[in-house]
Design a protein around this ligand. Structure first.
Ligand code: RET
Length: 295
């Protein structure tokens, strides 16, 4: 029953995906025609380009480095590879959408009228955040007996967080942005709190060197996840309504956070798995040599 329910869970991201696409089409048409300076436009352009490169490089690394790990840690690397592959694709779309939305006119970039599509980012999150959560819980589960029902609760919370964040993201009204942002923060706090507590608990059971890496993982997780709501708030902090600075700041914030949360997180998981593989190989080596030593 539970497994059938979990199987059906995949309908949720699909629905969320479709509704977010539909929303994007209706909402972003009303976006104000902004003018960006050469520097503002270029900063986002270069950053999107670097993000595509980072996701592509991450993909190659996760695929190629996978054989270094013990068999039980390899699926986690495949999840990392999948996450950055999905992100790489979406950043291509985001990059193209940015290019279509502004055109050089004299010394500035003027909005062309083609709306910049925020839905690519949210579509990316709706697919990658559950995968990252599954990966985080898988790392915990290898260390402690974390119940798999936790994955279900975290994934549902992630859907709610992203789906409720979207209407605020595409709104030019400060009140609407704040309202949806606040609602979205409730499941966000639930996810962050649960991961913090569980990561803390599993720390005690780790070998010393793995403990250091797990502490770094916890830090990286909170630093990167905490960045998203801050980036979301930047347009409000930088002035009323949607301003050129606000648009640039939000894209810079999300892109940097995405690189850390996807490539950085996957890389740390790799080093944790590598360390654990070494510890386990040393242990089995010892087990295998003990009978010989007593002969
Ligand atoms: C939103 C809306 C405003 C409130 C909050 C948000 C949180 C977003 C987060 C996104 C995480 C994305 C990750 C992607 C990696 O692949 C939706 C911006 C709290 C936490 C980790």
């Amino acid at each position: 029953m539970l497994s059938r329910l979990r199987g059906a869970l995949w309908v949720v991201p699909l629905l969320a995906l479709l509704s977010s696409m539909a929303l994007a089409q209706s909402a972003s048409v009303e976006a104000p025609r902004l003018t960006l300076s050469y520097g503002q436009y270029g900063l986002v352009y270069q950053l999107f380009s670097i993000t595509i490169a980072a996701m592509g490089a991450g993909f190659l690394f996760f695929v190629l480095a996978q054989p270094n790990l013990g068999a039980k840690y390899r699926p986690a690397m495949l999840v990392s590879a999948l996450v950055v592959a999905i992100a790489c694709y979406h950043y291509f779309r985001i990059f193209n959408s940015w290019n279509e939305s502004y055109a050089l006119s004299g010394e500035v970039y003027k909005a062309t009228g083609v709306p910049f599509n925020d839905a690519y980012r949210y579509a990316d999150w709706i697919l990658t955040v559950p995968l990252l959560l599954v990966e985080a819980v898988a790392v915990l589960a290898l260390a402690s007996n974390v119940s798999s029902s936790m994955i279900g609760r975290l994934v549902i919370a992630a859907f709610v967080m992203i789906a409720t964040g979207y209407p605020g993201e595409v709104s030019n009204d400060t009140g609407t942005r704040l309202l949806w942002g606040t609602i979205s923060t409730i499941p966000f706090i639930y996810i962050v709190y649960t991961l913090f507590v569980e990561l803390g608990k599993s720390l005690e059971r780790q070998p010393a060197r793995v403990q250091v890496l797990m502490r770094n993982l916890r830090l990286l997780l909170f630093a990167s996840w905490g960045f998203y709501p801050i980036a979301y708030l930047l347009p409000i902090l930088l002035g009323n309504g949607l301003s050129a600075n606000g648009v640039v700041a939000v894209q810079v914030g999300y892109s940097l956070a995405d690189i850390i949360a996807k490539v950085g997180f996957g890389t740390l998981i790799y080093f944790i798995a590598l360390e654990k593989t070494a510890v386990e190989r040393a242990e089995t080596g010892r087990l295998e040599t003990t009978p010989l030593a007593s002969d």
